[in-house]
Design a protein around this ligand. Structure first.
Ligand code: NAP
Length: 384
């Protein structure tokens, strides 16, 4: 029986994780739940799963939960609350499903404490990937990727000697603007950018999918997770989102991972690994006629992907600078303070103006993150 802490339980990944738990009550139990502002949904989840440890964004919401829950869990709030859940003595597995670099410290602490950490929070790998590996090694923690492309790569690369691998390819749906001409993309509205063709996700990652920054973050994530050089990671646009990743070998052959596009599948893979239980999706319907298409990404219309490759090649704190700039720019876009095309301009500005330094400590990464946020916010305000 795996005992879970789910950080970000009220989000898209968090709720899918609880669906997987409900499907395997004999294998998975919930000990801790943590969320941000959605106290109503957190309350419903607490009543259904009865976690012993609960954290919410603010002290006021923790007090509200204390008075409205029908039982008495340990209640926490804020960043310390996330750590209390991640480090609870009765858990062995943490699902890191908070959005943004707010998930960094709890992911690192859980790995250092020897937990299995199922990481959906790609930002923590992008920002401090080497530090996450170091924490896992120091504490005996285990890092498993929830992102569908990386869970696919985890399966494809398992048992493969690194010297046999020429490249890995992660697929991108291409987002809602795949076929749009540049001028139309530049003027895209919030509603258009939130209208993703194949995946139903939280707002930040949905905007990142429209700019292809999500794929850029995933390129960095793949390099970090699997120890691959920047030129060993490539992106192929595949609008049907059925092939999630490919591994290319030196002999010229490829292996592909295929499954329906439902995040419950990679979540279950990570939670139960190496066990394979009956899945949350039906076996693939190979007898139904269908067409798959593949094409190269267009870096002119989707410059955020090029910026991510640039940050990966630069290394050190460059991915942290890019990630922080992007979080600020996407939030400003969703608030109506920036246009869609300004997101890439903000990211470009921060990468150009702030120097990257070698990756040293978590504190240093958080400093770079803060400096990039300040610079990006100043740039956004100057533009308004
Ligand atoms: N959705 C997907 O299909 C998908 C696929 C692959 C990877 N991912 C990655 O998984 C992560 C989560 O994505 P999502 O789509 O599930 O996002 P989401 O739906 O926006 O959910 C985010 C979760 O994080 C919580 N949260 C945010 N800031 C917090 C803070 N400071 N303290 C505590 N909790 C906080 C939110 O709580 P409240 O809602 O209560 O405020 C919510 O539970 C992201 O890093 C994303 O890139 C997502």
């Amino acid at each position: 029986m795996r005992a879970l802490a789910i950080l970000g339980s009220t989000g898209s990944i968090g709720t899918s994780t609880l669906d997987v738990v409900s499907a395997h009550p004999e294998k998975l139990s919930v000990v801790a739940l943590a969320a941000g502002r959605n106290r109503d949904l957190l309350k419903v989840q607490c009543e259904a799963f009865r976690p012993r440890c609960v954290s919410v964004g603010s002290r006021a919401d923790a007090e509200w939960l204390r008075s409205s829950l029908s039982y008495r869990p340990d209640l926490h709030w804020g960043p310390e609350g996330l750590l209390a859940c991640a480090l609870h003595a009765d858990i062995d597995t943490v699902v890191a499903a908070i959005v943004g670099s707010a998930g960094l410290a709890s992911t690192e602490a859980a790995l250092r404490a020897g937990r299995r950490v199922c990481v959906a929070n790609k930002e923590s790998l992008v920002v401090g990937g080497a530090l996450m590996h170091e924490a896992a090694q120091a504490g005996g923690g285990e890092l498993l990727p929830v992102d569908s492309e990386h869970a696919a790569l985890h399966q494809l690369l398992s048992g493969r000697a690194p010297a046999t691998i020429r490249e890995v390819r992660i697929t991108a749906s291409g987002g809602p603007f795949r076929d749009w001409p540049l001028a139309r993309i530049q003027a895209a509205t919030i509603e258009e950018a939130l209208n993703h063709p194949t995946w139903k996700m939280g707002p930040k990652i949905t905007i990142d999918s429209a700019t292809l920054m999500n794929k850029g973050l995933e390129v960095i994530e793949a390099s970090v997770l699997f120890g691959l050089a920047p030129d060993q990671v490539a992106v192929t646009v595949h609008p049907q989102s059925q092939v999630h990743a490919m591994v290319g070998f030196h002999d010229g052959s490829y292996q592909l991972q295929v499954c329906a596009n439902d995040m419950k599948l990679p979540i279950q893979y990570c939670l139960l690994y190496p066990d394979k239980q009956p899945g949350p999706v039906a076996p693939y319907p190979w007898d139904e006629a269908r067409q798959w298409t593949f094409e190269a990404p267009d870096l002119e219309r989707f410059p955020c992907l090029a910026l991510a490759f640039q940050a990966l090649r630069e290394g050190g704190t460059a991915p942290a600078l890019l990630n922080a700039a992007n979080e600020v720019a996407v939030a400003a876009f969703l608030q109506g303070r920036l246009g869609f095309w300004d997101i890439q301009a903000c990211n470009r500005e921060v990468l150009a103006k702030l120097p990257a330094s070698p990756l040293g400590s978590l504190a240093q990464v958080l400093d770079a993150d803060l400096a990039a946020r300040r610079h990006a916010e100043g740039w956004v305000q100057a533009r308004a």
